[in-house]
Design a protein around this ligand. Structure first.
Ligand code: OKP
Ligand code: ZN
Length: 352
């Protein structure tokens, strides 16, 4: 198991997210990454590296295939625009507060900065800070590097320690703590390296709406997601069982929503359904957006998985026998997060 990490993750450190009328401390912190690294030092699973140099141009080209050019330009320039409004903004995070919903037009080109933030950001929980763009790009580079190593057969499986996470980010939107869709970039890298069919099996607590939107009309990438029922759980407005893909991609999206309170027995029944869909698709490679916010003690999620369950999850994924790239998504009980993530990897290695 190759681990690809990047110290630039630390440069994304949001201060606050909006929750029920208050600005509360961000759940998605650099400490999460550090806890995974610390557990990997205690229980090594294989080689560790930062992304190999020499692929910057190809990575940028692939970013522009998954995300819209205007969106990428917005992310790259947002912090400078923010500072240009008022130098005192350096001490504050950028958060959207107005959105083009409910009949308002998204096909306009606002000049106002707040209007541009709301054009691209879909919630008020995802702050943009001074280092967000560098961190997001570094995380995306980890995902693409991990996918290249797996595609080249250098390793059977790899984990990209992506922070910020990615599975809520779409072609032209950020939200859910995500800016660039690392899992989609890994899947596209595998495709570009010759895998004809790639399956994305998202096991984060939250529906991977960005990944679904990116691939919903494509038949070469299967997207499957196991998650809290969006009638009660974030991101609410996507992730329902009747979303099966569109156009050429019809039948290539599978959502398996589960009620809040779900424990491992029910969760693993749904995992079996997901694994059967991956096998039926005859995927050549697998991408797993890995969130451990399914853990019983997670502060913002409501499944009841226990730490030992992650060994069995990794084993079930490894038993598919596919070249596999994991990306790091959620998990907000930072102190337990390393154990849960490394359990998945250990289970995978045991079974693969
Ligand atoms: C990102 B990932 C909690 C509000 C929840 C967004 C959750 C994003 C989860 N007070 N806000 O999928 O783990
Ligand atoms: Zn999540």
């Amino acid at each position: 198991m190759l681990i690809v990490h990047n110290p630039l993750q630390a440069s994304h450190a949001g201060r606050h997210e909006m929750f029920r009328g208050r600005l509360v401390p961000c759940h998605e912190t650099p400490e999460r990454f550090e806890q995974v690294m610390a557990e990997l030092a205690r229980r090594p699973v294989g080689p560790m590296r930062t992304p190999l140099p020499g692929h910057e141009a190809a990575d940028d080209a692939r970013l522009a295939r998954i995300h819209d050019a205007a969106y990428l330009a917005f992310l790259a320039g947002a912090w400078d625009e923010w500072l240009a409004l008022d130098a005192a903004n350096a001490a504050l995070d950028i958060l959207p507060s107005v959105w083009p919903n409910h009949g308002l037009r998204r096909d306009v080109s606002p000049l106002n900065f707040s209007a541009r933030v709301g054009l691209y950001g879909f919630d008020a929980g995802t702050p943009i800070t001074a280092g967000s763009w560098s961190a997001a790009r570094a995380g995306a580079a980890c995902a693409m590097d991990a996918a290249r190593a797996v595609a080249a057969g250098q390793v059977r499986a790899a984990l990209a320690l992506t922070r910020p996470p990615g599975h809520h980010a779409g072609p032209d939107f950020f939200g859910g703590y995500c800016f660039l869709n690392n899992a989609a970039l890994a899947a596209q890298t595998l495709r570009d390296a010759g895998a004809a069919r790639v399956a994305v099996l998202d096991i984060d607590y939250h529906h991977g709406n960005g990944t679904q939107t990116i691939f919903e009309a494509r038949s070469d990438v299967l997207t499957v997601s196991l998650h809290g029922d969006p009638r009660t759980e974030y991101p609410f407005y996507l992730g329902h069982a009747d979303e099966r893909g569109t156009g050429a991609g019809l039948g290539c999206n599978l959502n398996l929503p589960l009620p809040a309170g779900t424990g491992f027995e029910t969760w693993s029944d749904a995992l079996q359904t997901a694994l059967a869909a991956v096998r039926a698709f005859a995927a050549d490679a697998l991408v797993v957006p890995l969130g451990v916010d399914t853990w019983e003690g997670d502060p913002i999620s409501r499944f009841r998985l226990r730490s030992d369950d992650y060994l069995r999850i990794g084993a079930a994924l490894g038993a598919l026998g596919l070249p596999t790239v994991y990306t790091l998504e959620g998990g907000y009980a930072a102190a337990q997060m390393g154990v849960n993530v490394v359990n998945v990897l250990a289970g995978h290695l045991d079974q693969a």
